[in-house]
Write a protein that binds this ligand. Structure first.
Ligand SMILES: *[C@@H]1O[C@H](CO)[C@@H](O)[C@H](O)[C@H]1NC(C)=O
Ligand SMILES: *[C@@H]1O[C@H](CO)[C@@H](O)[C@H](O)[C@H]1NC(C)=O
Ligand SMILES: *[C@@H]1O[C@H](CO)[C@@H](O)[C@H](O)[C@H]1NC(C)=O
Ligand SMILES: *[C@@H]1O[C@H](CO)[C@@H](O)[C@H](O)[C@H]1NC(C)=O
Ligand SMILES: *[C@@H]1O[C@H](CO)[C@@H](O)[C@H](O)[C@H]1NC(C)=O
Ligand SMILES: *[C@@H]1O[C@H](CO)[C@@H](O)[C@H](O)[C@H]1NC(C)=O
Length: 519
């Protein structure tokens, strides 16, 4: 009796399981789950075999007969069993406990994934060789993203046949050669070719790329003028042409980029003036043209930019007064870089101190006043007044700047002592007081600023010994005490005892590691 009940129960369970299984199968067939296409699977396996080392472990999931189920990074159109996406993302930097990379080459076999729409292999770091010509056959491709791999060779001109392509991102490789003119015939929305070795001019065909929203060609070796047709990219929000060798003027047509939020043209060879129509860029958040040879004065219309929060004009030949419209405009400005131009500011302008700025860079602006009467709002976190003619004592200058992280006063004529109230600047990371006429001792309270990473007080007349409180400064990565009148033992704790001896050279009588022992 008991046994038959058991058998009954067991067979009921079996029946139930069978029904459930059938339902699953039925559902799959209903969904039209076709097995992975043999051709696509072969292409993926050829790619896998061209990867000689995979520290990510991603490719170890590529086993079994169905590339459409559980192959990491592979997505299929399940009705046809065709691969539509291949996405292998490794973190570009910030190595975790062990570096994640793939070593090998990009197999041309991937070019036979006929239905592929998205091909993304990023951060592999050790993927060498060229971008295969066969990728020109990926006629369904919408996104080709191969950043930070170490690819070399030129960008295949055949990519210009990928008529569906909207995103082309090949940044952070070692690509050489010129920008293929063929790319100009596509309807690209995003182009990121930054951090390569690309040379030559921007092809005139790029004038057709009217749908561009994002263009980054930074950190290459591109030459020629910035084409004025770039002003016709009506939907462009980000333009980064920095760190190239572009020459000539900034075309005034760029001021028609009404959607532009970010324009970076730093470190080129641009000449002429900042276009007077700059104020038309009503969506601009950051405008950065540092390290060029721009001259003339700052256009007053810059002051009309209601959303601009960062402007970097450092390292040019700009001159003249800062227009009142700029002084009183720019309602959300936070970061102002005017360093190393031909400005003759004479004083630290009131308007700059009145505004609640977080970053103020006025190095080399011919400021010739005493530091003493000046105060900055407590909100400031970067202040660079180096390379001016500041006199007077530091006094209470920075005691109110409680969130200050960077203070650079090097190469001035500041005298007096480093105030012991310096400990109040609790978040200071970088302090440069070098090349002044500062005297007296190093306040022991400096050792309380444990956030300090960078300290340079070289080339002053500072005397006495190095405070023992410095043993608390464990985050220090760089320090120089060179050319002062210091004496006595260097704190014998890390990192002070392992800095290069030059950091302590030309003092009265410093001793102990890295210098010879004290007598
Ligand atoms: C710009 O974007 C708008 C809105 O997305 C779109 O309708 C228009 O076609 C785009 N312009 C070009 C030239 O692609
Ligand atoms: C300025 O630009 C030149 C190339 O034009 C570059 O070599 C240099 O590093 C740049 N300087 C800074 C501070 O970025
Ligand atoms: C501004 O430009 C200078 C000079 O090229 C550069 O050193 C600095 O990092 C730039 N600052 C910002 C915030 O872009
Ligand atoms: C700017 O420099 C150009 C040469 O690059 C020169 O012809 C022009 O006179 C200068 N303009 C001003 C306002 O200094
Ligand atoms: C510090 O801030 C207070 C209040 O804002 C102000 O009264 C005082 O003058 C400031 N002191 C210095 C040295 O800037
Ligand atoms: C350091 O120099 C100051 C004058 O600048 C002097 O008053 C002081 O006695 C000196 N201290 C030492 C320890 O030599």
């Amino acid at each position: 009796m008991k046994t038959s009940t058991l058998i009954l129960q067991v067979s009921l369970i079996f029946a139930l399981v069978a029904v459930l299984l059938l339902q699953v199968v039925a559902q799959r067939v209903g969904d039209g789950h076709a097995p992975c296409s043999k051709e696509d699977m072969a292409a993926l396996l050829t790619f896998k075999s061209s990867i000689l080392e995979d520290s990510t472990g991603i490719l170890s999931s590529w086993t079994g007969n169905d590339c459409c189920s559980d192959w990491e990074g592979v997505s299929c159109d399940l009705s046809r069993g065709k691969v539509v996406q291949l996405k292998l993302e490794m973190p570009a930097s910030g190595y975790g406990p062990r570096p994640l990379f793939m070593r090998g080459t990009l197999s041309p076999a991937l070019g036979s994934l006929k239905s592929l729409q998205i091909l993304q292999i990023t951060g592999a770091k050790k993927l060498t060789g060229a971008i295969p010509e066969s990728f020109s056959q990926l006629s369904s491709l919408i996104e080709l993203i191969l950043d930070d791999n170490l690819l070399s060779g030129s960008i295949p001109s055949g990519l210009g046949r990928l008529t569906a392509l909207a995103v082309l991102s090949l940044s952070g490789n070692r690509l050489t050669g010129q920008l293929p003119p063929s790319l100009g015939h596509l309807k690209l929305a995003q182009v990121n070719l930054g951090r390569n070795l690309l040379a030559g001019p921007v092809p005139s065909t790029f004038g057709n790329l009217k749908a561009l929203e994002f263009l980054d060609l930074s950190h290459n070796q591109l030459i020629g003028g910035i084409p004025s047709f770039m002003g016709e990219y009506q939907n462009l929000t980000n333009l980064d042409l920095s760190y190239n060798q572009f020459s000539g003027p900034i075309p005034s047509s760029l001021c028609r980029l009404s959607m532009a939020m970010e324009i970076s043209l730093d470190s080129n060879r641009l000449t002429g003036q900042i276009p007077s129509q700059i104020g038309d860029l009503q969506n601009l958040r950051t405008f950065s043209v540092s390290n060029n040879s721009l001259n003339g004065s700052i256009p007053y219309s810059l002051g009309k930019l209601k959303k601009l929060w960062r402007v970097n004009l450092s390292g040019n030949k700009l001159s003249g007064p800062v227009p009142l419209e700029v002084q009183n405009g720019l309602p959300v400005l936070q970061s102002l870089h005017l360093s190393h131009n031909d400005f003759q500011l004479q004083t630290i302008p009131d308007w700059i101190r009145r505004r609640e700025l977080r970053e103020v860079h006025l190095a080399g602006c011919n400021i010739r006043v005493s530091l003493e009467p000046f105060a900055f709002p407590g909100i400031i976190d970067q202040l660079d007044l180096s390379d001016n003619h500041l006199t007077g004592e530091i006094g209470d200058f920075f005691t109110n700047m409680s969130v200050l992280q960077t203070l650079d006063l090097h190469s001035n004529q500041i005298s007096g002592e480093i105030p012991s109230s310096i400990w109040r600047v609790k978040s200071l990371q970088r302090l440069d007081l070098s090349r002044n006429q500062i005297e007296g001792g190093i306040p022991a309270s400096l050792g309380q600023i444990t956030t300090l990473e960078w300290l340079d007080i070289s080339n002053n007349m500072i005397n006495g010994s190095m405070p023992s409180t410095f043993s608390s400064l464990v985050k220090i990565k760089h320090a120089s005490f060179r050319a002062n009148r210091l004496c006595g033992q260097i704190p014998q704790s890390r990192p002070f005892n392992i800095f290069p001896p030059a950091a302590y050279a030309h003092n009265l009588c410093l001793c102990g590691r890295p210098l010879p022992p004290c007598k």
